[in-house]
Design a protein around this ligand. Structure first.
Ligand code: ATP
Length: 237
């Protein structure tokens, strides 16, 4: 399988606090990868470093074979990497304005067309186009976050805990939408999550533990590992 995103021995952190200690992972073209890890494991830090919002201290990030380690976030977006933070949207802007911002680097014509596609995918958003992001429900906010990220036509979407703050019903809906987009737009995804509902959707799973990758494999391998099962699923044999 062709490697789309490559992360090699990445080190990153905040000031004197080092969080990532040589993390490596790969996302292949048209692959959905889930990054598991308990609170504080470094998932957000890893995604932010891939998005260029935090500088890499050591290591290398490649996208479509090119070294992007030193690129600014804007160039990464323009190059096809979409990043959705945990909050995902700007609550003080309308739905329409959020989408427009998501397509900041595209032409106005393209933005209009793409927003139309997003409204087709997420009809609720059309109904709320003139409403503030803050007035949306938790589930609708996540949909807007996904739509906003898609406005730039990414080939790879990296998402920070798309399930956070959502009821199980909405988590199911978000997974359905991501599955649909994966098939419809051939999107590759790297999703940081703590919610195990995402595992069956993943073709590959990494576990981040204190800034280091401690496991990679598919869901069967994950479930077959006693220690991991107890830590992440709370089930022992
Ligand atoms: P969570 O699920 O709780 O968001 P996470 O796996 O995403 O966890 P990170 O948010 O990457 O983990 O945090 C990793 C470590 O970095 C934690 O110890 C955290 O306290 C620390 N950290 C995060 N942001 C900052 C910051 N801005 N300044 C200093 N330390 C930070």
């Amino acid at each position: 399988m062709e490697v789309l995103l490559g992360v090699e021995a990445l080190e990153s952190g905040y000031g004197s606090i080092q969080v990532l200690w040589g993390s490596s992972l790969e996302v292949a073209s048209n692959q959905c990868v889930v990054l598991l890890g308990v609170n504080g494991a470094g998932k957000t830090t890893l995604l932010k470093t891939i998005a260029g919002l935090l500088p890499a201290r050591k290591g290398k990030i490649t996208f479509k074979g090119a070294d992007i380690t030193g690129l600014k976030p804007n160039s990464r977006i323009a190059g096809g990497i979409g990043y959705m933070s945990e909050l995902g949207i700007f609550p003080n802007l309308t739905v329409e304005e959020n989408l427009k911002l998501g397509g900041y680097f595209r032409s106005e014509k393209d933005n209009r067309k793409r927003a139309g596609e997003m409204y087709e995918y997420f009809p609720d958003l059309r109904a709320y186009a003139k409403k503030m992001g803050a007035s949306l429900s938790g589930g609708q906010r996540k949909m807007l976050g996904v739509a906003k990220t898609l406005m730039s036509h990414p080939g790879l979407v990296i998402m920070d805990e798309p399930s956070s703050g959502l009821s199980p019903k909405f988590v199911k809906k978000v997974i359905e939408v991501l599955k649909f987009l994966h098939e419809q737009e051939k999107l590759s995804m790297l999703i940081a999550e703590q919610n195990v509902s995402f595992l069956d959707f993943a073709q590959k799973i990494y576990i981040l533990d204190k800034g280091r990758v401690s496991f990679d494999g598919d869901v069967q391998e994950l479930k077959g590992n006693d220690t991991i099962r107890e830590t992440y699923f709370g089930i022992s044999r």
